[in-house]
Design a protein around this ligand. Sequence first.
Ligand code: 13P
Ligand code: SF4
Length: 366
Amino acid sequence: MTILETFIKATSDLRDHYSKMTSSEMEMRIKEIKDHLKDKLFLPAHHYQKDEVVQFADVTGDSLQLAKISAENNKADYIVFCGVHFMAETADMLSKQNQTVILPDLKAGCSMADMADIHQTERAWKELTKIFGDTMLPLTYVNSTAAIKAFCGKNGGATVTSSNAKSMVRWAFQQKERLLFLPDQHLGRNTAFDLGINLQDMAVWDPIQNTLIYEGSDLEKVKVILWKGHCSVHEKFTVEQIQEFRKNHSDYQIIVHPECTHEVVRASDYNGSTHYIIETIKNASSGTKWAVGTEMNLVNRLATHYTDKEIVSLNPNLCPCLTMNRIDLAHLLWSLENIMEGIPQNIITVDEETKKYALMALNRMM
Ligand code: 13P
Ligand code: SF4
């Protein structure tokens, strides 16, 4: 059987087996396994996970929190990571040698992370070095492969998250004159702009066309080179939605994730990481009204949780992250049962060479 055939068979076996169980049967079995494994099992979940998964999480958090918490855990033999592939890779690199990191569904990737591969990055670096010489530092959003993180580590750079992007960009400018920011052009642009860098002094690297997009006339002025990548969920929020929303709801405050476009971030009242969004709404006075521009599982959870406030999505057609949503009760239970049977599946491991350099980038951030 080819790898693809094996994968397809495993997926349909999984579907057949768990489609015969009700949600409450699956929930009961997950609970039993959790009670049995106790602290040999650790289950972190990102804020964008479905409620059916979050109810079993030992901890929920944004990507920075989950990276730190995974690094601190030294009791669990198994870390079943409810999030997307790059987060599980990071957990593997930060966890101890004897810990096994599992991603319940290997199809839970991140479309943004897939927009920068290592070959494109190496090619870009070569071309950009011809233009700018040894003046650049690479910074990568944690939403990237371990190979890209290793590339940054090797070249003196670091990782950033949406929680610490500003301080990391400040740090980068203490090291070098300009920076290459991968793979999210929007987080890069929003962060650099907040630090006082003019939009005219930012260029965009197109990894498909292999060209630098720059509208100015003096390349010497370029301070930030943004990778042409984006989040397909957050790009769905638009300025038109904000204008329309404000017309009918002038008493609402608008808060968005900085993966939204620069225009959307400027048109909103607040922007920040998932953690920042949660804290801002949690600490807001009762009776305040919020339109939120981020993934729908989080927006719905905020609305259910903080009933003393009015919380709606900025996009009436709500934006799910399809890959985050791949983790469900069936995949979680399947992962846990495999552990119980002593045949853990979907183990995420980063090879030693990549890990060595990627850890340099992660540790400069941590
Ligand atoms: P946070 O770092 O805010 O958790 O964001 C991660 C992410 O993937 C947002 O799309
Ligand atoms: Fe990736 Fe966007 Fe999903 Fe976050 S919301 S995991 S950036 S695709």
